[in-house]
Ligand binder design. Structure first.
Ligand SMILES: Cc1cc2nc3c(=O)[nH]c(=O)nc-3n(C[C@H](O)[C@H](O)[C@H](O)COP(=O)(O)OP(=O)(O)OC[C@H]3O[C@@H](n4cnc5c(N)ncnc54)[C@H](O)[C@@H]3O)c2cc1C
Length: 545
């Protein structure tokens, strides 16, 4: 018998929706997650579309889940999650034949930095030594708590760990931060390269830029064994093990709001699920991005409750940038030009392409804002070569998948509009291939086949990812930290769990915070298993705790 009523209904089985569902179900509530597609986690996939056994992760590759308490709270290892932590967190490889390596172990990072500047290596170690004792609290504050003015104040105080007063930290952008801390260009480019993804704030924004760059100096990340989609499998297993209900192939067309309270959702007539109205007795959670959420709620209903919030949700910025991926299947692992500088690059699974100079990095932000697509293509982005660190990612023939992922301006108005991504995608790919050939000479000769994923493809796959945006909307300016959406909506029983702080990436911070708020409101937060601190699991995995 299918049910038509649950305690809690969650719309959208992205990783945030299912993880929030798993927490609430484990806490004793009866939860349904309603998903438009026939599978969960549409932006956390692993596919074999080039060759059997050549696994491609077209979205999440940087596994950030270890940053938080979620793995331990939800016992995800028992449900099949395994993360691997190769020695490097990331790196950067340059056309001039140099590289920079960032390790889980800060002392090893310092050794890599020392090859460029002894002074920078010492400064890096001083900062790490000051920051490490506060790392757990900092993770809690930044990623596993609701944004609040009090927490904001504490975030500004964190600047002291790098030698800045709260007032300096609050008014400093990422470039100033790096210029004041380091002298070497390649080191500054490396840290700014990671920060340029802007998942923790705009690097050129005041305060947010400094916070983002500082956080990127130490990135607790690893790989999901068997591919990123295994994160999704483990969470769904946990959710259903505790009795949760996944309702697939069921696009929600409308939220039901009665007498000022959210009561359920109406799903498409085409859904195989027999009930077309699914009721939530105690709470309805929307894991849809702000504009889609307000559309399905009804703009007028939200406006009646809070006109400012309704307008912000409708006009929520989601076109500041979006990822483009070029994917190559190679005959074998390519050799980086920087191999001779530090051969550790051979085992680095995420070397960045981080511009050719610090000046170019500074100019890039202006060109990007001006939507000068062809001036920014191929200048900064993430390179993923997971087989370099995890040999199980090689195919039986020894082939490997190389990925270049780059944030790009999305509108293409000078090219004729957003739909033109289909027309220009191979030109972008050609630029990426030429750039990669310079970083790894001979790489072109190794290409067996290729693939691209554009911002338009992201949006096609997931209508919540408007303009292909990967994080529930631009996380900068008036949409940063206190400017993100509230979890508790002005309509009773209704919670927004997307486009909030923190963003919905694989560290699962928004899932953790959202579940905590709902559980508190419903009186089920007090659980003996729901008390792990962030970061400690990760530190144990990498031998630092
Ligand atoms: C190319 C790319 C690379 C990325 N790389 C990384 C990375 O390396 N590391 C990392 O941590 N993150 C990465 N991300 C970001 C990460 O994938 C997302 O932040 C995360 O998957 C978002 O999950 P979510 O649950 O918050 O939102 P979403 O996945 O957007 O969840 C929304 C859900 O709602 C569903 N939906 C939409 N409309 C309806 C409807 N009408 N009714 C019912 N359901 C609906 C969607 O199908 C989707 O399942 C990347 C994203 C992309 C696109």
């Amino acid at each position: 018998m299918v049910k038509k009523e649950f305690d809690v209904v969650i719309v959208g089985a992205g990783i945030t929706g299912i993880a929030a569902g798993a927490y609430l179900q484990k806490a004793g509530l009866d939860v349904a997650v309603v998903e438009r597609l026939g599978e969960a986690g549409p932006h956390c996939m692993t596919v074999e579309t080039l060759e059997p056994r050549a696994a491609i992760n077209p979205h999440v590759v940087m596994g950030l889940t270890g940053w938080g308490p979620v793995i331990e709270d939800l016992d995800l290892e028992k449900f099949g999650l395994k993360m691997v932590f190769p020695p490097t967190q990331y790196g950067a490889t340059f056309k001039d034949g140099k590289n920079v390596m960032v390790y889980h172990n800060p002392q090893l990072t310092a050794q890599s930095l020392a090859r460029h500047s002894e002074k920078d290596a010492k400064r890096f170690m001083d900062i790490m030594q000051a920051a490490f004792p506060h790392a757990v609290d900092a993770a809690k504050l930044l990623l596993y708590s609701q944004a609040s003015p009090d927490n904001m104040e504490q975030i500004w105080q964190m600047g002291a760990l790098a030698g800045f007063s709260p007032e300096e930290f609050r008014t400093m952008n990422g470039f100033e931060f790096l210029d004041l801390v380091f002298e070497n260009e390649r080191i500054k480019q490396t840290f700014m390269g990671v920060a340029s993804i802007a998942f923790g704030g705009d690097p050129v924004g005041r305060g947010e830029g400094a916070v983002n760059v500082f956080a990127c100096m130490y990135l607790p990340q690893g790989l999901f064994k068997g591919g990123s989609h295994n994160l999704v499998h483990a969470i769904v297993r946990c959710f259903t093990h505790h009795g949760g209900t996944m309702i697939y192939n069921s696009p929600v067309e409308e939220f039901v709001v009665e007498n000022g309270a959210a009561r359920g959702v109406i799903i498409s007539e085409d859904s195989p699920y027999p009930e077309k109205e699914i009721r939530g007795r105690r709470a309805i959670l929307s894991n849809l991005s702000a504009p889609l959420s307000v559309q399905l709620l009804g703009y007028d209903k939200v406006r009646a409750a809070d006109p400012l919030l309704a307008a912000r949700m409708r006009d929520w910025g989601m076109s500041g940038e979006s990822p483009f991926m070029s994917v190559w299947l190679l005959k074998e692992i390519p050799k980086w030009k920087s191999d001779g500088w530090d051969p550790a690059i051979r085992e680095c699974w995420e070397p960045y392409r981080a511009w050719d100079s610090w000046k170019e990095a500074k100019e890039w932000f202006g060109l990007f804002e001006s939507e000068e697509l062809w001036d920014v293509v191929g200048t900064v982005g993430e390179i993923f070569l997971t087989a370099a660190a995890d040999k199980t990612q090689l195919t039986p023939e020894g082939h490997c998948v190389l990925v270049y992922e780059e944030e790009l301006p999305v509108h293409l108005r000078r090219e004729g509009g957003f739909e033109k991504w289909d027309d220009i995608k191979w030109k972008v790919y050609e630029r990426h291939t030429e750039m990669m050939e310079e970083l790894a000479p001979g790489m072109k000769k190794l290409i067996l086949s290729k693939q691209v994923h554009t911002p338009l493809d992201n949006w096609r796959k997931n209508p919540s990812a408007i303009y292909g945006h990967e994080f529930g909307g631009d996380c900068k300016g008036d949409q940063w930290y206190l400017g993100r959406l509230p979890y508790r909506m002005p309509i009773s029983n209704l919670y927004q769990i997307n486009s909030c702080w923190p963003i919905g990436a694989s560290f699962l911070g928004s899932a953790y915070v959202a579940a905590g708020i709902v559980a508190e409101d419903l009186g089920v937060r007090d659980q003996p298993w729901w008390n792990h601190p962030p970061l400690l699991w990760y530190l144990k995995q990498v031998g630092l705790a």
